[in-house]
Design a protein around this ligand. Structure first.
Ligand SMILES: *Cc1c(COP(=O)(O)O)cnc(C)c1O
Length: 238
């Protein structure tokens, strides 16, 4: 199966999952996650109509951007992995979106660099919905305070929340993670002014997209089921 076939099959899964729970398929977008994969594969998905691609390593994303942007009009990059403060300057330069914000230090550095570049960045706040200590993301109970602090950063266009659910075959445990994020969004809407446009819920990956959609996702991030497994021996490097 080609990338074009895979991306079409995933889009059909999303549409079916929406209909199965009475949602409008146009309410759920698909973010292809091209991390570790070569520009040739991004190009295939681009030709299938996709413009925004998820990458978890800033340096790799920047390298792909430099190789591809000139002859791919409208191509955009979303950083979906955690960011060290010293990498914020690169994100500020070329990315359209950052989905893993969980630190005020990074927010501050991004805002400063974005102002220097005269740019805005779409941002999602990552929520640690599984309470696994090694996972990134703010704790759900920290969300209200974090959201209040973020209003100080004019260059950050905060759009909503992102999460990575528990990696388990137990669908109930996965669903619980998504429900925690939905509850967090509701709490924010009650307690914080200026979060009415935090409507994006980036939830769901190759293994759990159907559960995520049934539990309110507005965007699924799909790598494996579009680009194939990430074989450590075949990682693309700039
Ligand atoms: C890699 C990654 C994905 C895609 O995962 P797949 O299981 O390959 O679909 C989604 N979100 C984040 C944050 C990732 O790092």
């Amino acid at each position: 199966m080609s990338v074009a076939d895979n991306v079409a099959a995933v889009r059909t899964r999303i549409d079916d999952a929406c209909r199965a729970c009475g949602r409008d398929p146009s309410d759920v977008s698909l973010l292809p996650v091209s991390k570790t994969k070569p520009p040739s594969m991004v190009d295939e998905a681009y030709r299938a109509g996709y413009r925004l691609f998820g990458e978890n390593k800033v340096q790799d994303a920047l390298a792909k951007s430099e190789l591809m942007d000139a002859d791919h009009p409208g191509l955009e990059w979303s950083i979906i992995g955690g960011l060290q403060t010293n990498k914020a300057k690169y994100v500020a330069r070329f990315a359209t979106e950052f989905q893993a914000l969980d630190s005020l230090k990074v927010a501050h550095e991004l805002d400063k660099r974005l102002q220097q570049e005269g740019r805005q960045l779409r941002v999602l706040v990552q929520v640690n919905s599984s309470a696994e200590p090694q996972k990134s993301g703010i704790a759900p109970e920290e969300a209200v305070e974090f959201a209040r602090e973020l209003t100080a950063f004019d260059s950050l266009d905060v759009r909503g929340l992102m999460t990575v659910a528990l990696n388990t075959p137990d669908p109930k445990a996965v669903a619980d993670c998504f429900d925690i994020v939905v509850a967090t969004q509701e709490k924010l809407r009650q307690d914080v002014s200026n979060v009415s446009d935090w409507s994006e819920l980036s939830m769901g990956m190759s293994g759990d997209l159907e559960i995520a959609i049934a539990h309110g996702s507005t965007q699924v991030r799909i790598g494996t089921d579009i680009f194939g497994p990430r074989d450590p021996a075949q990682i693309w490097r700039p």
